[in-house]
Design a protein around this ligand. Sequence first.
Ligand code: NAP
Length: 509
Amino acid sequence: MNNTDNRFICIPITESTSEAFLSAILEASQQADIIELRLDYLSVADRSTVLSKLPALAADPACKDLLLTFRPRQQGGHQDLSLEDRQTFWRLLPPEVIAASRFVDFEFDLVESWDAHSPVPWEKVICSWHNFEETANDLLAQYDRMAATPAAIVKIATMANRITDCLKTFELIEHAKDKKPVIALAMSFAGVATRILSLASGSFLTFGSLRKGAESAAGQVTASDLTNLYRVTQLNRESEIFGIIGFPVAHSRSPIMHNAVFSSYGRNAAYLPFEVQDAGEFIRDFVRPETKKFAWPLRGLSVTIPHKLAVIPYLDYVDSTAKTIGAVNTIVVENGKLSGFNTDIVGAMKPLEELVELSGVRVAVLGAGGSARAICHGLNQRGAETTIFARDLIKAAPLAEEFTTKLERLDNFSGDFDVVINCTPIGMRHHSEGQSPLTAKSLLKTKLVYDLIYTPNETALLLNAKTAGCQTLGGMSMLIGQAVEQMRLWLGLETTFEVMRKALESRES
Ligand code: NAP
């Protein structure tokens, strides 16, 4: 078996009843090359029903290769199983079930304890080892010990506590090149890069869940996203890598927008979520050409909370707008140099300018945080007359001073404004959905209300604005606008708005 010839996506089945388990196998067969049957998720009775049906199921041409796993709780499984329990389980497995399975997963301790008279042929055995605490530095020695057993394939899954742990997993895959095939991955969201890039590195397979909520381990991406969003089977060592750094980043919609553009332009590139705690460490180990240990060409990054300011000292150049507002949301890596930009202002102002000429217009900005800062800068540049409304005047005073705007308490909103821009999270999903910072009555004199919130699409504030007869603008256009500008900076691509909009819409539906 050669490591690099295989590009398998494996879906673990984690249902807890035999009926759901069997139907999930067929559903997974439509998306995956290998289906892992997590028999430890089933009761004795359900397991026996599933096993009795396996020979017929495996004979169905619609069913993909099966991998049997019976994991003890202390190694990530769902049942308390001693070594003896597992030995007995595998010894008593009917020969027709073994014949129906392409692979079986034996934990390393089971492999070490196994005698020569196994009913399971070694060419089917994946020898696995998990570390749920950390990704230690001794993975290569661990691989060598496991590769010395008669098992056909080695699997090592470890917990990524920080993004740099992914580098140890990639090093392990490199170490196994031209040796026994390896399945290597780093668990948790910090390890997601290994799940997306491991096939291109040479891992025998990568795991993807059947759907959200059906993951068998932390950080598992859905098989559908591996195939359709990240296009993992098409990536290779020349693929250009882009991504978003932040903490947390799991909620980010940027991968949806940027990967849709790569796919539509047929670009050999991928955009990944990088959960980064220390921006300096990430830039040193993943980005800066002189020091990086990450093998791929990393061409560009989006930067989100809490790193927009923190990245600045690590850049070779920062453009004047980003300098003025003290926040970089985009890094371009070109000719070995790192340049920082801020596309939030263009992203926020462009859709607004398409609806209203801002010079001399009276604008109320609600909130005085990061996005209010970008908005105030954009409004100042365009000659608007801005007033900031904040709940905490002391906290908001430096922003008002910097942009020489008026400052009022939010609960004193007078309503005498042409444009109102909401830069608070009031009304946001999972925060205060359904609430509005302003009533419809207070918006009767307003012409246009712009809410930066993009989930939900139509906030309570925008509904109030419609009731008051105002024109409305939602935050989705800003979200897409700043990403469009990033794509222009990274690759010079100009017409990407519609591709991104459609990708976001199809994801919502
Ligand atoms: P931020 O830096 O945390 O600022 C939030 C501001 O809102 C602060 O001034 C905060 O006041 C104020 N605030 C929070 N809760 C409030 C409440 N219950 N009543 C009154 N004021 C309140 O956040 P941000 O990054 O500016 O983001 C603000 C909103 O814009 C978020 O909902 C985000 O989703 C949205 N946004 C959208 C886009 C886009 O692309 N469409 C981009 C960026 C942001 P204190 O300082 O007193 O806490």
